[in-house]
Design a protein around this ligand. Sequence first.
Ligand code: FA5
Length: 350
Amino acid sequence: MDEKILKMKEEIESKLSNVSDLLELDKLRVGYLGKKGSITSLLKGMKDLAAEQKKAFGADVNKLKEFSAEMIEKKAEELKKLQVEHEIKSMPVFDISAPSKYECGSYHPITLVQRQCETIFKSMGFTVEDYSEVVTDYECFESLNIPKHHPARDMQDTYYLENGQLLKSQTSAAQNAILRKYGPDLIKNGTPIRAIFPGRCFRNEATDACHENTFFQMEGVMVDKDISISNLIYFMKTMLSEVFRKDINVRLRPGFFPFVEPGFELDISCLICGGEGCPSCKHSGWLELCPCGMIHPNVLREGGIDPDEYTGFAFGLGLTRLAMMKYEIKDIRDLNSGSLRSLSQFTDDE
Ligand code: FA5
């Protein structure tokens, strides 16, 4: 091997043994293997050699190049490992059994009732679905038998976006997607559609003790052969008795929603005033909680399901109002207040 090459090899080995960090190592790499590096210069200088020397010299420089690249790579691995070990050693030691110096948070009352309802419906074979908060006019209205300019749209003062989409004003907006998602399994295998979909809803409301502009609902649908109002009443009763674990007065009265026929309003006796009348129930003694009904044939058809063969029910539970009643919160606006002092009073008692 050429003397110059041998010397450079020894020099690289000695320098590498003294390198102690990755930055230094990179400088060394550039110094030898970079465009203007010493090994690269050796190769460039070959043009001045006699033809017979060129071959052997070129082969040796290439060997040196490969050897240096390998050594540098090996050193980089070593240094990275050392760096990680050093970082681990210098990390503070945590005693996971030490008492926290921060106060623990708590679940929001709406989360608590939502989870409770999910558990109840899951135990009855329902799946829990998620749905977006920004939806199309078709999802929120047209697929639900509410064409453009239908007066029923006035019942929900909706926030429209500039692109024509809207903030979901009711969880019913997910009905069509659920029918389309599970309908094929119903038709092919006879598996009933049983789904709930909790979600945040938005309406341009004049807020008061029982109305918010942002509130939660939980929609539920069941579709199969021979589903009737008795099934609907059974599920509503089961859900309420599980949530409240005590007798509460309920009333069912006719209600109009274009996507159900017949439609009902399910009210519960106000638990804040015991039915005597207060601001929480608009002095009526009753609180509208869970409108429901038998899914309209047009909605089933729009979801790809033959209404002559299948029937189903749907309900739209007011989750925020349910939390109000369950935890006897007088004013719905407290639930969106962000006041940790009032919200942290509620714990999962299940
Ligand atoms: C609806 O939203 C229908 N989509 C419900 C439905 C589903 C009917 C399936 C039939 C079949 P409504 O606008 O009444 O209906 O709202 C349903 C429930 O949401 C109300 O009973 C109430 O509990 C709750 N809710 C409605 N508006 C508000 C509000 N501004 N603040 C708090 N809770 C509200």
